[in-house]
Design a protein around this ligand. Structure first.
Ligand SMILES: CC(=O)N[C@H]1[C@@H](OP(=O)(O)OP(=O)(O)OC[C@H]2O[C@@H](n3ccc(=O)[nH]c3=O)[C@H](O)[C@@H]2O)O[C@H](CO)[C@@H](O)[C@@H]1O[C@H](C)C(=O)N[C@@H](C)C(=O)N[C@H](CCC(=O)O)C(=O)O
Ligand SMILES: Nc1ncnc2c1ncn2[C@@H]1O[C@H](COP(=O)(O)OP(=O)(O)OP(=O)(O)O)[C@@H](O)[C@H]1O
Length: 482
């Protein structure tokens, strides 16, 4: 593709000289080590490195043009200066891959919790009725039925557009993280439906304040297509705020779920035990939704997914039936029955709200005692840890603080952090067992018939650390030790 077509809609600092407009660009990369001859290198000022420092390396590898933000002269290939390289990369990627969001039903889901569950609910509804869906999100990417490894919730702009370009599926569902939004990974992509689930305490190491975190999430709704529809959980205070903001901005195509009768689907009654049901009203019709996954949070996930599918045109009775047969999502309230009559739950909860909903759901399921094993990611938002411990110490009978991904934090440092947190905010029903597999072992041996063990934080993910019992994930640890 030539540079003229490629740079369409990009905010350039200076007009491109005529003699380079016809340059045929073979590929694009923002990583100098991935440049091939004939490529365009996009220099990004990152959190760790500055891509401008790798321009020489990119040219040596064969880059025939460079795009960057800084003033640069005297390089042997054309230099295109732009205001914002991350934003430009999104538009470049969309141009290069032929604007792949244009002809698909695009669904973008944002919020702190529930994105993955809602994605898989919607996928399940449509696939039961003959339409195929691509899913791009935390657990994995699924394109044309092929399962691909996902390294991030929202991949970078080049990867994202490449996946969409490859997809022949009618519908594409994308989990949109706040990091993805603030780093313009979805720039150039337009959505038919944007969903907001909720906002809870997370990622404040990155966004600093909840207001800033909210504004970032809100920016997804600027990416709606002309007739695109916003679908919001109005029972969340930030969802309510988003609803008001969009209305004030003149958005007319807004749908919502929540307890108030003014919502598109209003929730009249909820009943939660080991499964969950809700009575809802849409226009004049009152009907019941049965969700096999426990917990109030999963009812909200179900009704958000219901409304989306219904707005796309799927019949109510078909959606309700599909919800009642939903098989669940790997690592989301995943249940194992252990040999000694104990139930184990593996759940991806890693925010205070998610832990609260998860532990409440276990109580509703009739657990005699709840044994909770969890930890905290190294180098991630530390300000949520106190609240997570407080919730666990209140809602579980026994809790164990253990290792989650350490990232670059040395093990002895994390042991100190866990011991300090327990000493400061913990209660006598808690203790620190650093080795995650040892903690699970202790939970299994302490549990009696009717007790529930819940291990949160890692869900479907494999371990980063090596532990005493050789196992790759929480599920395998349970199978090994019970
Ligand atoms: C902290 C953070 O978010 N980092 C993201 C950021 O990278 P960065 O700015 O740190 O990159 P950098 O290492 O400083 O490099 C700057 C530039 O120099 C280039 N470079 C660097 C070295 C070199 O030799 N040559 C070269 O060209 C790099 O390719 C890059 O373009 O921009 C990259 C491109 O978009 C992201 O892939 C990367 O995500 C990292 C890997 C990541 O995983 N971040 C997490 C926090 C994240 O995004 N998580 C959310 C989910 C959160 C949740 O809800 O739980 C997600 O969407 O996955
Ligand atoms: N609607 C919800 N409200 C609060 N907590 C929820 C909700 N849905 C799920 N959870 C909790 O959050 C955990 C993660 O759920 P899910 O993966 O669906 O969310 P997510 O937004 O995709 O999170 P992530 O981006 O971190 O993967 C679940 O295991 C559950 O404990």
């Amino acid at each position: 593709m030539n540079l003229k077509e490629l740079t369409n809609n990009i905010e350039l600092q200076n007009e491109l000289p005529c003699d380079i407009l016809h340059f045929d660009i073979k590929g694009i990369s923002d990583n100098s080590s991935k440049i091939n001859p004939g490529d365009l290198f996009v220099a990004i000022k990152g959190y760790q490195k500055d891509g401008h420092d790798f321009i020489d390396e990119a040219i040596k590898a064969g880059a025939i043009a460079i795009m960057g933000e800084s003033e640069i002269s005297q390089i042997p290939v054309p230099y295109i200066q732009v205001k914002n390289t991350r934003k430009s990369l999104g538009i470049l990627a969309s141009n290069y891959y032929g604007n792949p969001s244009k002809n698909k039903i695009m669904i973008g889901i944002t919020g702190t919790n529930g994105k993955t569950t809602i994605s898989y609910l919607i996928k399940h509804f449509f696939e039961e009725h003959g339409s195929s869906c691509s899913v791009i999100g935390t657990n994995q990417n699924i394109i044309n039925g092929e399962v691909l490894l996902a390294c991030q919730t929202t991949p970078n702009a080049l990867e994202l557009n490449k996946l969409l370009h490859r997809s022949n599926d009618t519908i594409a569902i994308i989990e949109v993280s706040s990091h993805g939004l603030s780093q313009y990974r979805i720039e150039g992509i337009k959505f038919d439906y944007c969903l907001f689930t909720n906002l809870g305490h997370d990622h404040l190491d990155y966004h600093v304040t909840m207001e800033e975190y909210f504004l970032t999430k809100q920016s997804l709704f600027d990416k709606l297509k002309t007739n695109g529809i916003a679908i919001i959980n109005s029972d969340d205070i930030w969802g309510q705020k988003l609803l008001e903001t969009l209305k004030a901005k003149g958005h007319s195509r807004i749908a919502s779920v929540g307890k108030e009768s003014s919502n598109t689907v209003s929730i009249l009654e909820t009943r939660v035990s080991d499964t969950s049901t809700m009575l809802v009203k849409q226009e004049t019709e009152v009907f019941k939704i049965y969700m096999p996954l426990p917990g109030l949070h999963n009812l909200y996930n179900a009704v958000m997914a219901y409304l989306t599918a219904n707005m796309i045109g799927m019949k109510r009775e078909n959606i309700i039936k599909a919800i009642s047969e939903f098989p669940g999502v790997s690592g989301r309230f995943e249940k194992l029955t252990l040999r000694n009559g104990v139930t184990a739950i593996i759940d991806y909860a890693h925010t205070p709200e998610a832990i609260l909903y998860c532990l409440e759901a276990i109580r509703y399921c009739g657990a005699k005692r709840v044994i909770h094993v969890f930890g905290f990611r190294g180098n991630r938002d530390a300000s949520k840890r106190e609240e997570m411990i407080q919730i666990s110490s209140e809602l579980s009978d026994i809790y164990m603080l253990t290792f989650d991904d350490l990232n670059t934090v040395p093990p002895e440092e994390m042991v100190k952090i866990l011991c300090n947190l327990q000493a400061t905010y913990g209660k006598e029903n808690g203790r620190v067992i650093p080795d995650r597999t040892e903690a699970i072992k202790l939970a299994v041996t302490s549990a009696k018939k009717g007790d529930w063990i819940v291990v949160t934080g890692k869900g479907h993910e494999t371990y980063q650390q090596t532990y005493h019992f050789k196992s790759s994930c929480d599920r395998e640890t349970f199978l090994l030790l019970s």
